[in-house]
Design a protein around this ligand. Structure first.
Ligand SMILES: [Zn+2]
Length: 562
């Protein structure tokens, strides 16, 4: 077994000879300071023309690290940047961990499909509620204005059926959600027992809202459809920013979440893949998903979250919460204190995830990309930049395992939309321009100078988390839990024939759906009472911004340059 490749090392892989460009520490790789918990990485090359195109990626990163110019390396192709162990595994077994993908001959592009349902934009949790579903519409408008829709396949809108929701939720709870919305029959039970209209910390987390059942069907249908596109082999990455509702329990609404689209998607994937990794980078612990799969040896859940006194969901997600029974050590929790920044986050994230990928060997990954872990969130108190957040997505993408990207929390809506747009660009492998193109929602980005990235708060609670001790101790504890995990279980599919029942043409649009450049045009066209109200509210918000600002967009851009 090869431990790593020293510079100049030559060997054989598949039908080609490789030569290594050398080794790098984790911190050199991510261009950060020296770390005590950094892993060593191996970088290797094949002579052009003989390499197995099944196993290559991250060429640019490897080149950047090695200091080679593109021209100097023209005679070589980069095998990739892998944690120790993955390289040796690939050396010894054809195919390794990579996904065979005819559309990615250069090893960098991925086939990405994208779900967007305009019916979610007008869902209203009520005045002063922190959850604003319109942020998904804002993210979509940004994705559109950057031209990223041209780089992705579009999934057809398909709301989940009642039967599909009942796969992971109790029938009486599903009946209640439906009946409360549709008024099919009078509701006589105590709805607070189901988490609805219940006061938590002085406010109602899950109000009974207009169109609640329809909303649940739409966002969960998106995650199911995206999961099916991966299972059918139609895409390497599937995106549904309206999903990611990780707190919902089987019989109870919780933490702004009514139905748990994530457990639905993971359950769907389990019919097609032996092992599924669930990764959660929301600022809150992914408790609903963790509970659903706590006993499973086919699902591993890993949650990175803020864990401080009185922070939702209160006492869950401690570092020693490792699951039970067959799922023992397949539950991992990485609790963090307030103020964790990019550097500290990645010193925990990368070694842990690299080890998880090596030990658990998932065949599919579901990643909840809650954007409330960003700096300046209304609820969260971590301190990630958009680049730091997106770095997690880029890291998961680099493993080339089918990847489902979902939304989640995120309550400073301009930050959330900018983050998910940037991560869409990461998924398709494009670096987008810093300046946000003019579009319908661009006034929301005035305070950040119409830039996709905004500055993080400096030195926030830094001394609390920045100590080597906390990061090192927590990381080592999690790695210790992982060391107790037995090798990846080899299991039978529950229903091996199910994959054949997915028809790609049912999932994807043949040509992109037509949509209005300006969402208000649609509102005006189909103006019922609710839409009209939203329309007027939106007009009011715009007017407020205009009145407040007095500055033009170009004034603001100039000021931010200074
Ligand atoms: Zn959250």
């Amino acid at each position: 077994m090869l431990a790593c490749f020293p510079r100049g090392h030559k060997g054989l892989h598949g039908n080609g000879e490789y030569v290594s460009l050398g080794i790098a520490t984790m911190d050199e790789f991510i261009n950060e300071e020296r770390s005590t918990v950094g892993l060593t990485w191996a970088i290797a090359c094949f002579p052009r023309g003989v390499m197995d195109t099944n196993i290559m990626h991250d060429e640019e990163d490897a080149l950047r690290h090695d200091g080679r110019s593109k021209a100097a390396a023209d005679s070589l192709q980069i095998l990739g940047v892998y944690p120790i162990g993955c390289i040796s595994k690939m050396h010894n077994t054809a195919g390794g961990i990579s996904l065979r993908s005819a559309s990615c001959p250069d090893g960098q592009k991925r086939r990405v499909c994208y779900y967007y349902d305009s019916g979610i934009a007008n869902v209203d949790y009520g005045p002063r509620h922190n959850m604003v579903p319109r942020r998904v519409d804002m993210a979509h408008a940004l994705v559109r204005s950057y031209g990223l829709l041209d780089d992705m396949m579009r999934l057809r809108e398909r709301p989940a059926t009642e039967d599909e929701i009942c796969v992971v939720h109790d029938h009486d709870y599903v009946d209640l959600l439906r009946d409360l919305t549709l008024g099919n029959k009078p509701v006589t039970c105590d709805i607070k027992a189901y988490g609805l209209n219940k006061v938590v910390n002085g406010s109602i987390d899950n109000p009974v809202i207009s169109g609640m059942w329809d909303y649940c069907q739409r966002y969960s249908g998106g995650s199911l459809t995206a999961a099916r596109a991966l299972a059918a082999g139609e895409a390497d990455i599937a995106i549904n920013w309206s999903g990611g509702m990780h707190h919902a329990c089987s019989g109870e609404a919780n933490g702004f979440c009514y139905v748990n689209d994530i457990t639905m998607a993971v359950t769907e994937l389990l019919a097609h893949f032996r092992r599924v990794l669930y990764l959660d980078i929301d600022v809150h612990h992914g408790d609903g998903v963790e509970a659903a799969f706590a006993n499973s040896n086919r699902v591993m859940t890993v949650s990175f979250h803020q864990c401080t006194e009185g922070f939702f969901p209160f006492k869950n997600g401690l570092v020693d919460d490792v699951g039970e029974g067959a799922g023992m050590y397949r539950t991992l929790n990485v609790p963090m204190k307030e103020g964790m920044d990019d550097e500290g986050y990645h010193r925990m994230f990368r070694p842990i995830i690299a080890r998880v990928m090596e030990v658990f060997q998932p065949e599919a990954i579901v990643m909840q990309c809650g954007a409330d872990s960003l700096s300046g969130d209304k609820l969260g108190r971590l301190n990630l930049s958009i680049r730091g957040h997106a770095c997690c997505v880029a890291f998961m993408r680099s493993f080339n395992v089918p990847l489902l990207l979902l939304g989640g929390g995120g309550y400073t809506v301009n930050h959330v939309a900018a983050c998910w747009c940037y991560e869409t660009a990461v998924a398709v492998g494009k670096e987008i321009h810093e300046d946000i193109p003019p579009h319908w929602y661009d006034h929301y980005y005035q305070d950040q100078g119409y830039k996709i990235h905004y500055p993080v708060k400096q030195g926030r609670n830094k001394k609390d988390n920045d100590g080597e001790a906390y990061i090192t101790t927590t990381t080592n504890k999690v790695l210790e839990h992982l060391s107790k995990l037995e090798a990846a279980p080899s299991v039978q599919f529950k229903d091996p024939k199910k994959a054949a029942t997915i028809h790609a043409h049912d999932l994807l649009y043949d040509s992109p759906p037509e949509e209005d450049a300006d969402p208000m045009v649609r509102l005006q066209r189909c103006c019922d009472d609710r839409d009209l109200r939203c329309f007027l509210v939106e007009l009011g918000k715009r007017q407020q911004v205009l009145d407040r600002g007095k500055e033009t967009r170009s004034d603001v851009v100039k000021r931010h340059r200074v």
